[in-house]
Design a protein around this ligand. Structure first.
Ligand code: ADP
Ligand code: MG
Length: 265
């Protein structure tokens, strides 16, 4: 059915690039396209996917409660009240990522997969235990970067680690795109971004202040009506689901003033 695997880790290396935003919005759009979708918060100790989806009042249990036998997986998976076919499995707040065994996390993934068309894991920043845990349970990856050199180089490093974990289907979302910066050569243009990250492009998401307002009001972006970022996420969801959707016209740009990092083989 789809062009990408059924279990997808949304990652980046760097913090604050928009992983949680992308996970919530893409999952909501996939559900809107008729798919059954589960999102798992992989940010143990610092979860906020429940907030961005407006489900923070709705999650009495997390997956550590399941692991510790305090509830069943069914008790811990919560359906969204307003977005049909979308469910959330929340992360524990009071333990460390290293407290969860990778094989136990993988077993949770195996148990949930038959019931969903897509399972998206919102990964924590960094490349250590939490990343290994989340990526170790996924078949494919979405890397979220901005047009800043540090973010793109972190995406490249993350991609390298994913390949070493045999996750070969990895795609890039460039988030918080600011065309005026690209035109002025102050940010990487799309070709440069793909080149530095070394990844095929899944989609471009513009900087859109509605995203921040929605997060602050715990309103899912898809329930906000038509927004520029919302439309971009819908196109991304369609591509994930195997549809062909044209990318926006290239932004006319000068080459950025970055010193391009040297590539290692
Ligand atoms: P991460 O999960 O990678 O740490 P978040 O999804 O929490 O990143 O996003 C970091 C911040 O950037 C949040 O305040 C979020 O609302 C904001 N943000 C993310 N994407 C966009 C966008 N396209 N336009 C404007 N703000 C955005
Ligand atoms: Mg996050």
């Amino acid at each position: 059915m789809s062009g990408i695997g059924q279990s997808i880790v949304v990652t980046s290396g760097k913090g604050g690039t928009g992983k949680t935003t992308c996970t919530a919005a893409i999952a909501s759009c996939l559900a809107g396209l008729g798919r059954r979708v589960l999102v798992i918060d992989g940010d143990i100790g610092l979860r906020n996917l429940d907030l961005v989806l407006g489900m923070n009042e709705q999650v009495p249990f997390d997956y550590n409660d399941v692991i510790q036998g305090r509830c069943t997986l069914n008790d811990a998976i919560v359906s969204h009240r307003k977005i049909k076919r979308l469910s959330l499995l929340a992360a524990p707040m009071s333990i460390m990522p290293g407290d969860i065994e990778p094989q136990v996390f993988r077993a949770i993934m195996r148990a949930v997969k038959p019931f969903y068309d897509y399972v998206l894991i919102d990964c924590a920043a960094g490349l250590d235990t939490a990343f290994q845990l989340a990526a170790g349970a996924a078949e494919s990856a979405i890397l979220v970067a901005n047009t800043e050199l540090v973010s793109l180089r972190d995406a490249a490093r993350t991609h390298q680690l994913l390949r070493e974990m045999n996750i070969t289907d990895c795609r890039l979302i460039i988030n918080r795109l600011r065309p005026h910066q690209i035109k002025a050569g102050e940010a990487a243009n799309i070709d440069e971004a793909m080149d530095i990250a070394g990844l095929p492009l899944l989609g471009l998401v513009p900087e859109d202040e509605t995203v921040i307002a929605c997060a602050n009001h715990t309103t899912p972006l898809v329930l906000q009506g038509k927004t520029a970022a919302g439309l971009a996420f819908l196109n991304i969801a369609k591509r994930i689901d195997g549809q062909t959707v044209q990318l926006p016209k290239k932004i006319k740009s000068s080459p950025s003033r970055f010193v391009m990092p040297k590539k290692k083989d």
